[in-house]
Unconditional design. Sequence first.
Length: 94
Amino acid sequence: MYNSILDAIYISGGNTKARGEVKLDAFVKYDPKHNKFTKMAELISERVDHTMAVIDENQIAILGGRDPSENAFCSTVEIYDLKANRWMFYSQIR
């Protein structure tokens, strides 16, 4: 997800088959101006096929998707605080 407010690209979650079906809780910021990746705080819930959205200049939301190890829907919404570099549980999706 590209955040034009901060001029950065954020990459979250996913899975890799390089070491088996490993689910990822990674959250990474890419700075295209300096060609630099920075590892950020890990997601609370590992997930793939999810959605991210910029809330404002300080927050990013992540929601939905699925847990690849259980092939089950992720029913939570998490909010990332850019200043504090931490994720917070926000709500359940019904």
